[in-house]
Design a protein around this ligand. Structure first.
Ligand code: ARG
Length: 377
């Protein structure tokens, strides 16, 4: 079995904040936020520069932090749901640094985001990296993900995407449930910087899940499929004005295609299309029967229907595509560029039937800040 240490890539990083980045951000905050106009920009910049000179970093006000987190979302070129960027709820937990306390705050985050099924967009921001040392880090890709177990003959039980992470937490001492299944929720792995993380199980009542049924196919329920209500990305680093917050989990609500046309359908995920096609009585002998396409639509429909029946927020790709164009228009009216990644924005089913397919966008710009940065940058 792989040891934890053998998996950790050594990196060194400059933890001193660049004063020019701090200034750029403070200017942007001042220009965009009406509330900030009260504040004297010049003295705020002086203050931040002095603090950086003394400590290597500076502390954002709560208003700066909230604005920075919302703009990081607005700058996310892969996200089709950005119309709601102003509505992000920001939980300022910069004073929380211990793994156990972070785990408890993640649980509170999930409860607040789940909100009985009326999902709300939430971010919880933990301590930043500082000159004195790295901030905390959540090793999970999302707060809620399902384990994967290799079984005999190359078969995998669970979400193949989680194979490496499941192996990691098992090397760290996690024991899968006695009765292993395809939808076992993984524990949180939380540590400081690149130190060995500690593991924390999520309490069952913090993880709302939806059993999947199909509106017309009675047999569909017998597959025993389910999916969790809240997608909460937990391994991206939030960077605001030169300050890096490596632990800043954030969530929105699902669009049906993410689950139905990717997570459950992709060959390197749950690979369920052959089973669905079989249930539908389709021949899978030849690609030319379009059995994949037909099964894909029914699976996506089942996901959306099930979330509706369960009263859990989920959008669909037609609605969200239109809303994204509204967002583009608003950004344009505000005089801002809105970079977007076509291959991520266009939904994985019926692309041409959504308006986002029929145009191009401002090129994604890696230097745009504030931003959510990919892990292991
Ligand atoms: N596509 C990812 C998943 O299926 C979630 C990405 C974020 N999605 C969202 N609707 N906010 O788990």
């Amino acid at each position: 079995m792989t040891t934890f240490e053998s998996r950790v890539r050594e990196t060194t990083r400059e933890e001193i904040v660049d004063p020019a980045e701090a200034e750029d951000f403070l200017r942007q905050f001042h220009a965009e936020e009406p509330a900030a106009r009260e504040q004297n920009l010049r003295s705020r910049i002086e203050e931040a520069r002095a603090e950086i000179g003394e400590t290597g970093g500076y502390r954002h006000t709560s208003a700066e932090l909230a604005f920075g987190a919302r703009v990081a979302w607005r700058n996310s070129a892969r996200c089709i749901g950005r119309l709601y960027w102003r509505g992000l709820r920001v939980r300022d937990r910069r004073n929380v640094t211990e793994a156990a306390d972070i785990a408890a705050e993640c649980v509170t985050h999930l409860r607040a985001a789940t909100h009985g099924g009326k999902i709300r967009s939430v971010i919880t921001v933990f301590a930043p990296d500082t000159a004195a040392g790295p901030g905390p880090r959540i090793w999970n890709e999302q707060l809620i993900r399902y384990a994967a177990y290799p079984t005999r003959d190359d078969f995998v039980c669970g979400d193949r995407r989680s194979l490496a992470f499941t192996e990691l937490v098992r090397a760290l001492g996690w024991n899968p449930p006695a009765q292993r299944g395809p939808f076992d929720v993984l524990p949180l792995a939380i540590g400081r910087g690149r130190d060995r993380p500690e593991l924390f199980d999520l309490p069952g009542d913090a993880v709302l899940e939806v059993p999947l049924i199909h509106p017309d196919f009675g047999w569909f329920a017998e597959f025993g499929l389910r999916w969790h209500a809240v997608p909460a990305i937990s391994n991206m680093c939030l960077e605001i004005g030169g300050v890096r917050y490596p632990a800043a989990p954030f969530n929105g609500w699902y669009m049906g295609t993410e689950v139905g046309a990717r997570n459950l359908a992709d060959v390197d995920r749950y690979d369920l299309l052959p089973s669905i096609a079989h249930g539908m009585g389709l021949s899978t002998e030849s690609e030319r029967t379009l059995w994949r396409d037909r099964a894909l639509v029914e699976l996506t429909l089942a996901v959306q229907h099930s979330f509706d029946v369960a009263g859990v927020t989920m959008t669909d790709h037609h609605t969200e595509s239109k809303r994204f164009l509204t967002h583009l228009e608003r950004e344009e009216n505000a005089g801002r560029r809105c970079p977007a990644d076509w291959s991520w924005i266009v939904p994985p089913v019926s692309g041409s039937q959504t308006p986002v397919f029929h145009r191009y966008y401002d090129e994604p710009d890696d230097s745009l800040r504030p931003a959510f940065l990919p892990p292991d940058r």
